[in-house]
Design a protein around this ligand. Sequence first.
Ligand code: ZN
Length: 608
Amino acid sequence: MRSGADSDDESLCPKPHNEGLPAALVNCDTLFATQREQLCVNPISTSDQGVDFKNVRVETPALETVSAAYRRLHESWDAARDKQARRAVFDEWDALRRRLASWEALTRLRFDQETKNAERKAAREYLDELSPKLTALETQMQRAILASPHRSDLEDELGSHLFALWEADVAAFAPAIEAGLTEEARLEAQYTELIAGAELQIDGKRVNLAGIEPYAQSTDRDMRHHAQRIRHEFFASHGADLDRIYDELVHVRHAMARKLGFADFTGLGYKRMHRVDFDQSDVERYRDQVARYIVPIATEIMQRRAKALGITDLAYWDEPLTSPSGNPTPKGDHDWIVARGREALGQVHPEVGNFYAMMIERGLVDLKNREGKAGGGYCTGFPDYGVPFIFANFNGTHGDVHVLVHEMGHAFQDWKSRKLPAYDYLTPTYESAEIHSMSIEYLCAPFLEHFFGPDAARYRRQQLEEAMTFLPYGVAVDHFQHLVYARPDASAAERHHMWKQMEARYMPWRRYGNLEYWDKGALWQSKEHIYHVPFYYIDYTLALCCALQFWVRSRKDYNSAVADYVALCARGGEAPFKDLVRSANLASPFDDGALAAVAGEAQTALAV
Ligand code: ZN
């Protein structure tokens, strides 16, 4: 997470809707072969060497061929006479899903790499159009197996979590909402293009939104204000469009929810997030805990920051600067950071270091910021090839180290669990997935000298402060969306008022000064997740509570904490959140006292 107050450049990771992976068609002439025996499992997926990104190739599927493959799968399932035969059908289907997921991941990635490339945009539009139809085929197969008297044949071998996930999928989809899904994807792409298209002038340079960040962290207060003013103007000038896109998204989501039998979108949103072992009331209690235990600490941090900066009127543009001498920055550029990453991550665990080296050697990263590239950062993956990919936008701030280490945590989990037998287990549900990424940030803390030199201690302090200021922001983003979807017909002004209420409750220190548009309650429009993945954001805060527990443990017994971390990564998503957390010897964030305990440790370390 980043500068807690705002987190505008928070990575959207893992990429929503990306489950995965891959398809390499080694020895297969056609991607979606019409002959069943040609639907082979990509042998590369079991490789321990990885594969070069340039060799990741996925053919574009045609609906007819995928439909035909599904017809055969249904027939085979019905014809299967024993456990072994049913497992064979499952494996064949699983390989198809990995292949389709790889195509989806690659198509989205290529668009994000060059949003202005017409060919890539057209490919992305084709994907958006085809996706709901593929989901329909997938859900139909899930329904068939869920209703089958023989489902226990699979359950015995693969566990019951798979079926809980499928039940969520089935509840979240019906052919009647296909058009709604396509419309939703179209609106999401509009938001991406609008944000990626930002061309801002600052200090004689033309930059995109990510390129503004270094100026927003300047030690010169006027420059910080100037930088936020420029960002503010961009959002204010597109405010009407951002309101419209969101309004249409809310309505299309609400309509889909109603068609599926939900009272409003919130229930559907939770199913989409595959929340099988906690619900809205758990989340509500958790938010209350943040308000009770964390908001006072965050407020104290902000007050102390103002004092250190020698100002009495701490404003929004001051929040990103964590110390009067400036935020610690990495002591080198992109190539230097990438090289130091090998040393730092190797010290966390040799296996992590070797994996990192493979990612770099294989070209499985795209970290440089450039014009036309989509914003944010994320980890995606090509399950057919068994390799992940990291997308980011370096900008010269400490955020570069943050995003690299964070996404490497996702990528390492992706790699460690790539051989799990079910596609659904490759990527955990998001609140679990963020544990892998956020925990490695804290496990890497003792080795940050590699990136920050003598400023590493200051960075560690900042990291902890940001955890405390991020938690209130994170739950505000979550709470806001619950309010929005409960009242889908609210006006744009009413939505802005809802956000103001959230800021008052969770960020009472927040002052926007002359940033009038944001002062009216519009800052949420810069948060990509609100547009792209409803209800995702709370997952960062739940995972952070777990990551902070790893931090506490690592200070007492580093090796045992890392061993549990590596073991957790290897489990991928084979179990629901609370099970995974328990198996890593952590307390569930929903347990009374879990959040208060880490807050207490952080408070002591920060001596607030
Ligand atoms: Zn992440």
